[in-house]
Design a protein around this ligand. Structure first.
Ligand code: NAD
Ligand code: DAU
Length: 360
C-alpha cells in the first residue's frame, strides 16, 4: 500500500495544541507565512515552557489563542467541534498535537505530570477527534524507540538507524509517556475509527527553544560568558534537525500522509554533544575544548538516528543541510533576543545548579 495520498488534503482549519511552545510556535509562524488560507486555534496551558512572546502580534483574524489544558475534556471537545463549519469541505479541519511535557530532566523530578499531559491528554484529544470526525496528527519523538549503540563501537546495531519497523523500547518516563500516547492513537484508529497520522522526529534546534534544553542552555550560557556544561563524557549522539524542516515535514504529512501511517522525520544530522559544544565554542571565538563535564543524566540515552525514508516518500527534503550555518543563525537569534530568554534561563539554572556537580 502507498504511504502517500494521490490527491492532497486541503486543510484550512487547524487546532494546534502546544502552539505557544518551541516547535508549536514555529509551526504557527511558518503556517501563517506559507499557507495564506489556513486559520488556527492554539490550545496551550501556558506552562513554564510556553512564552507568550512566541505568539505576540500575530494576525488576530487568522490565529486565536485559548489558554487551557489538553486534559480538559469539555474544552477540547468544544474546540475540536468548532473546527468544522457547515458548508466547509469534509477534511478541511485537522488537529496538530504538539502539547506535551517535553524535557527529560524534568521527567526525572516530576514523572506524573508527564503521564497526565502526554498520555491522558492525547487520549482526550483522540476521543474528541473521533466524535467530531476530525483528523489528528500526533507529534511524537524518536525517543520512543529507546537508544542505539554508538556508531563504530562494534556493538550489534551500532550502524543502524530507527525505522518505522523499529520496536518501541523507551528508557525515560518522558519517552514512555510519548510511547503510550502513540499506542493510544493507534488504538483509537483501530477500535474507534479515528483518522490519524503520527510522526516521530529527532532533536530539533532553532529559535524560541527553552534555555533548559541542551543547545539553548549552552548558547545563552556563552552569551552570559559561562562555560558550556556537558553531561558525562559528552559522547552521546543526537540527530539534529532544524525546527522549520520538522514543521515542513509535518505539513507534507498533513497534505499527503495516509491515515493510519507513521512517518519518521530526521535530517541526517548526527552529532555528539561534544562536537556541538566544540562548534559553539568556535562560533564564540573560544578554545574549542573549554567546557566542563557535569553530573550525567540517569538512564541517559546514548544515540538516536532516524531513517527519514518514510517522510522523504512524501516529497519532503530538509532545507537546513549545513548544521554549522543553522547553529550560527540560532546563536544570532539568541544574541538578538536576550529579553526572550533571560528570565527562563535564570529559572532553569536555579534547578540545574542545585543538583549538578562539576566532574574532574
Ligand atoms: P515545549 O516544551 O517547548 O512546548 C510544549 C508546549 O506544550 C508548551 O507551550 C506548553 O505550555 C504546552 N503544554 C504543556 N502541557 C500542556 C497541557 N496539559 N495542555 C496544553 N498545552 C500544554 O516542547 P517542544 O520542544 O516544542 O515539543 C513539542 C512536541 O514535539 C512535544 O510533543 C515533543 O514530545 C515533540 N518533540 C520534540 C522534539 C524536540 O527536539 N524538542 C523532538 C521530537 C518531538
Ligand atoms: O530526540 C527527540 C527529543 O529531543 C525530544 O523528544 C525531547 O522533547 C527533546 O527535549 C530532546 O530530548 P533530549 O533529552 O535529547 O534533549 P536535551 O536538549 O535535554 O539534551 C540533548 C543532549 O544534551 C542529551 O544527550 C543530554 C545533553 N545535555 C543536556 C543539557 C541540558 C548536556 O550534555 N548538557 C546539558 O546541559
Amino acid at each position: 500500500m502507498s504511504i502517500a495520498l494521490d490527491r492532497p488534503r486541503r486543510i484550512t482549519r487547524l487546532l494546534v495544541t502546544g502552539g505557544a511552545g518551541f516547535i508549536g510556535s514555529n509551526f504557527v509562524h511558518r503556517t501563517l507565512a506559507t499557507r495564506p488560507d489556513v486559520r488556527i486555534t492554539v490550545l496551550d496551558a501556558m506552562t513554564y515552557a510556553a512564552n507568550p512572546a512566541n505568539l505576540a502580534g500575530l494576525d488576530a483574524a487568522r490565529v486565536e489563542v485559548v489558554e487551557g489544558s489538553v486534559c480538559d475534556a469539555a474544552l477540547v471537545d468544544r474546540l475540536v467541534g468548532e473546527l468544522k463549519s457547515p458548508g466547509e469541505d469534509e477534511g478541511a479541519a485537522a488537529v496538530v498535537h504538539f502539547a506535551a511535557e517535553s524535557h527529560n530532566d524534568n521527567a526525572l523530578r516530576d514523572p506524573l505530570r508527564f503521564v497526565r499531559t502526554n498520555t491522558e491528554g492525547t487520549a482526550v484529544l483522540a476521543g474528541a477527534c473521533v466524535r467530531h470526525g476530525v483528523h489528528l496528527h500526533h507529534i511524537s519523538t524518536d525517543e520512543v524507540f529507546g537508544d542505539l549503540p554508538l556508531r563504530g563501537s562494534g556493538q550489534p546495531g551500532s550502524e543502524d538507524r530507527f525505522t518505522v519497523a523499529t520496536p518501541y523500547n523507551p528508557s525515560s518516563v518522558y519517552s514512555a509517556s510519548k510511547a503510550s500516547a502513540d499506542h493510544l492513537v493507534r488504538a483509537f484508529v483501530r477500535s474507534h475509527g479515528l483518522s490519524a497520522t503520527i510522526s516521530n522526529c529527532s532533536n530539533n534546534y532553532g529559535p524560541r527553544q527553552h534555555p533548559e534544553k541542551f543547545l539553548p542552555r549552552q548558547i545563552t550560557g556563552l552569551l552570559d560568558e559561562e562555560t558550556p556544561r556537558l553531561y558525562g563524557t559528552g559522547e552521546n549522539v543526537r540527530d539534529w534537525i532544524h525546527v522549520d524542516d520538522h514543521n515542513d515535514a509535518v505539513w507534507a504529512i498533513l497534505d499527503r500522509g495516509v491515515a493510519g501511517e507513521t512517518y519518521l522525520i530526521g535530517a541526517d544530522g548526527e552529532r555528539s554533544n561534544l562536537e556541538c559544544v566544540r562548534a559553539l565554542n568556535l562560533l564564540f571565538g573560544r578554545d574549542a575544548d573549554d567546557f566542563v563535564h557535569v553530573t550525567d543524566r540517569p538512564g541517559h540515552d546514548l544515540r538516536y538516528a532516524i531513517d527519514p525514508s518514510s517522510v522523504a516518500a512524501l516529497g519532503w527534503t530538509p532545507r537546513y543541510t549545513d548544521f554549522a550555518a543553522g547553529l550560527a543563525a540560532t546563536v544570532d537569534w539568541y544574541r538578538d533576543n536576550r529579553a526572550w530568554w533571560e528570565t527562563s534561563r535564570k529559572d532553569a539554572e536555579l534547578i540545574y545548579r542545585a543538583a549538578e556537580k562539576i566532574l574532574d
